[in-house]
Design a protein around this ligand. Structure first.
Ligand code: UTP
Length: 473
């Protein structure tokens, strides 16, 4: 049979399949596409769960089920990093976490599939040159922490990086060019998350980004669960004896990756999922709120939290809904394996967004207001299913510097992140006995020291610093 006939048959099959769901417009430009474009489009169509999309559109205005729970939201069971009043002492937690690391039972999962639209950087966010002195990338800083942890505990710490089609190729190339920043191939995996189509907010029709291209976006950091399973990463972790997975996001260079104390509380409490939180400064802080409802922890997004509840205070005036999630978690691998077997372990959240598209005539539109729904899963929605889930409070000054916005914005900018990095490293240096003069920026590579204590042995007391310095081995 001639190629053109085969292609026509393929188009007809797709058309029939799409028609059942009212989405046959997706092959409207079929005849104008090259063979390669046709097969790419067919591939995209095959991956779409059309009944699910129809459901999500039908339920778009349904209030999130969380709204009904909000009134019963109470304080989560919490420990605080370094606090002797915790149920377990910091020393015992550090010992237990260090044991897990020494035994090679901890893997790291870094999610880096987001599109980073607010930052406006034209490469994956992990490539952003955040180092205040070194100008090194966020990826380099994260990976050096993993390499340093593996050295410190004398056991491999495998790193799994989740990318999306938006960040996949460039991320792989960047790591290949930089020889994985020192991580051996056997301890380094990049895997790609799934996507979801954007749909027109009036009609529920899936949008075309181009004639042969559906408007797809990454399916949220919660997509990690399905992608880890589909790509075989969970099975691989189990095979190599991993028991805990330390999870964090690419956009926070202050994460204390593999913190033994944090891991230790998780293990001592027999928790399946432990999350780092910071005390909210303001009832309306735009963070997910970790609360306890009916004996289970869960995250309520700020958008779902009515002011009346957000503003509730305890007798001492402090906020009752106080715990803001900073998206650093430890998961038990057994918990992830159990949840990955459940197709609907994580719900989809709907976001109303501006999404460029082409219309029936093939004209491109750049909407000025929200025109489409996008769908994402959030990893923290696993919390209610976790046994003995726990939160650990950390100090935002030393643990949380999110890079979200472009330079010059009001908060969470490259400037604010660098300032926090410099402040933290300057503090470590002072504690190691250095004298800092003139406010010159300082930066410490994780390969030089992972914390103030490690730095103490590496700096001669009385060292005077009056120029920008980058400490590295
Ligand atoms: P955000 O939701 O803040 O998105 O992601 P973003 O991509 O950083 O930025 P905007 O909203 O487009 O400006 C939080 C973290 O989750 C990851 C991101 O890479 C970031 O580390 N993420 C987000 C994924 O890995 N996949 C997704 O589908 C979404």
């Amino acid at each position: 049979m001639e190629l053109e006939n085969v292609s026509q048959m393929r188009r007809d099959q797709l058309f029939e399949k799409l028609k059942v769901h009212g989405q046959e417009h997706l092959v409207r430009f079929w005849n104008e596409l090259s063979e390669t474009q046709r097969s790419a489009l067919a591939d995209q169509i095959e991956r779409i769960d059309f009944p699910r999309i129809a459901h999500l559109f039908a339920d778009r205005d349904k209030a999130s089920e969380v709204v009904e729970l909000v009134d019963r939201a109470g304080e989560p069971a919490a420990m605080r990093l370094g606090d002797q009043k915790n149920r377990f002492s910091p020393e015992s937690a550090i010992g237990r976490g260090a044991d897990a690391l020494t035994g090679g039972r901890v893997a790291v999962l870094l999610v880096a599939g987001g599109q980073g639209t607010r930052l406006g950087f034209e490469h994956p966010k992990g490539m952003f040159p955040i180092g205040p002195v070194s100008k090194c990338s966020i990826f380099q800083i994260h990976v050096e922490k993993v390499v340093a942890a593996a050295r410190r505990y004398g056991a491999p710490v495998p790193l799994y990086i989740m990318v999306s089609p938006a960040t996949d190729l460039e991320t792989r190339k960047f790591f290949a060019e930089n020889e994985n920043f020192g991580l051996p191939e056997t301890d380094f995996r990049i895997f790609c998350q799934g996507t979801m189509p954007a749909i027109d907010d009036q009609t529920g029709k899936i949008l075309l980004a181009d004639r042969g291209q559906i408007a797809l976006s990454p399916d949220g950091h919660g997509g990690a669960l399905a992608a880890l399973q589909a790509g075989g990463a969970l099975a691989e972790m189990a095979e190599r004896g991993i028991e805990q997975v330390f999870y964090f996001q690419v956009d926070n260079p202050l994460v204390d990756v593999c913190s033994p104390e944090f891991l230790g509380y998780h293990l001592l409490a027999g928790s399946e999922l432990t999350s780092q939180v910071v005390a909210k400064q303001d009832p309306k802080d735009r963070v997910g709120n970790v609360v306890e409802v009916d004996g289970r922890l869960r995250v309520i997004e700020y958008s779902d939290l009515p002011d009346s509840v957000a503003e509730r205070r305890r007798a001492d005036g402090s906020l009752q809904i106080w715990a803001g999630s900073i998206a650093v978690h430890v998961f038990d691998l057994a918990f992830l394996l159990r949840m990955s077997g459940r197709a609907d372990a994580l719900p989809f959240h709907v976001a109303h967004k501006r999404v460029p598209f082409i219309d029936e005539q093939g004209r491109t539109h750049q909407p000025e207001k929200a025109n489409a729904y996008k769908f994402e899963r959030f990893i923290f929605d696993l919390l209610p299913a976790a046994k003995n889930a726990l939160v650990v409070e950390v100090d935002p000054k030393t643990h949380f510097a999110p890079l979200k916005n472009a330079p010059g914005a009001a908060s969470d900018t490259p400037e604010s992140v660098r300032a926090q990095m410099v402040a933290l490293h300057a503090d470590w240096l002072r504690r190691a006995g250095a004298e800092l003069a003139g406010g010159a920026p300082v930066e410490i590579s994780p390969l030089f020291a992972l914390d103030a204590e490690q730095l103490r042995g590496r700096i001669a007391p009385g060292t005077r610093i009056s120029q920008p310095v980058y400490f590295r081995p």
